[in-house]
Ligand binder design. Structure first.
Ligand SMILES: NC(=O)c1ccc[n+]([C@@H]2O[C@H](COP(=O)([O-])OP(=O)(O)OC[C@H]3O[C@@H](n4cnc5c(N)ncnc54)[C@H](OP(=O)(O)O)[C@@H]3O)[C@@H](O)[C@H]2O)c1
Length: 252
């Protein structure tokens, strides 16, 4: 059985309570998926699960900080306890960390970014693959970035973390390529979310960022969600180890 042949796939989304993750959860619900939405704020999580149920989706919030292996293991185990399987996982939880020039970085600012963006993706894939390998099927989408492909002055640690996500994606895909499991990434350009607001520091920064995009506009969360759904459970069954840029031409 493949993820696309299941009419109501079970999908896990990390960092689902805001921005791209929230839009992705809503997009999967519209596709008829059964959903586990995960994040760190139970009040917002329960509200999102209720909203997804109004769309007809069987949805559940589970609290997990992706930096903790205990919490990630429990998240995946509880997903399987509730729904019996895990067809697709979107490892979206991420942070902009503490941007600034290399000469201002510290072990602490490095960890503030890498613990979520890299360790979080590694731990998530480890436990998702444990279940998917037992099933002999599954699909993982890691949320990377245009900054996983190019450099950016003032964002070295974030850039490095997203390059690491690209490397984890390709390597995991190769490890499971014969098992019926696909592992891919979606790499957004600048998308209108709370993260972009914090990263750019306000309207002037956002205007500068927009000017750098060949399409001369910022992306919308639904444009990323649509790509994630396509790669995760659409008809992309021969696609693995790839990173799909959805970035208005930034990396062209
Ligand atoms: N927006 C962009 O321009 C852009 C561009 C390229 C890539 N991305 C990537 O897209 C993904 C989503 O970003 P976004 O723009 O939607 O950002 P966002 O609005 O800040 O949402 C990020 C979500 O991740 C959660 N999160 C952060 N650290 C976590 C942790 N340790 N454990 C569990 N959840 C955690 C946040 O929850 P809390 O509220 O609890 O922190 C939040 O719900 C990230 O991986 C980001 O790097 C974004």
């Amino acid at each position: 059985m493949t993820a696309s042949s299941i009419t109501t796939p079970v999908v896990l989304v990390t960092g689902a309570l805001a921005g791209i993750g929230r839009a992705t959860a809503l997009a999967f619900a519209r596709e008829g998926a059964r959903l586990v939405v995960s994040g760190r704020n139970p009040e917002a999580g329960d509200a999102l699960a209720a909203e997804l149920r109004t769309l007809g989706a069987d949805a559940l919030f589970l609290r997990a900080d992706v930096r903790s292996e205990t919490e990630v293991r429990s998240l995946v185990d509880q997903t399987v306890e509730r729904f019996g399987r895990l067809d697709a996982a979107v490892n979206n939880a991420g942070t902009e960390g503490q941007p600034g020039p290399v000469v201002e970085q510290t072990a602490e600012s490095y960890a503030a970014t890498f613990d979520t963006n890299v360790l979080g993706v590694l731990l998530s894939m480890k436990h998702e693959l444990r279940v998917m390998q037992a099933q002999g099927a599954g699909s993982i989408v890691n949320v990377s970035s245009a900054y996983g492909k190019i450099g950016a002055a003032g964002a070295s640690v974030y850039v490095a973390s997203k390059h690491a996500v690209e490397g984890l994606t390709k390597s995991a895909a190769l490890e499971v390529a014969t098992t019926g499991i696909r592992v891919n990434a979606v790499a957004p350009g600048p998308i209108e979310t709370g993260m972009l607001d914090r990263f750019t520091g306000g309207e002037a920064g956002k205007a500068w960022m927009t000017e750098q995009v060949p399409a001369k506009r910022l992306g919308h969360v639904d444009e990323i969600a649509a790509a994630i759904v396509f790669v995760a459970i659409g008809k992309a069954m021969y696609m693995t180890g790839q990173s799909i840029s959805v970035d208005g031409g930034v990396t062209a």
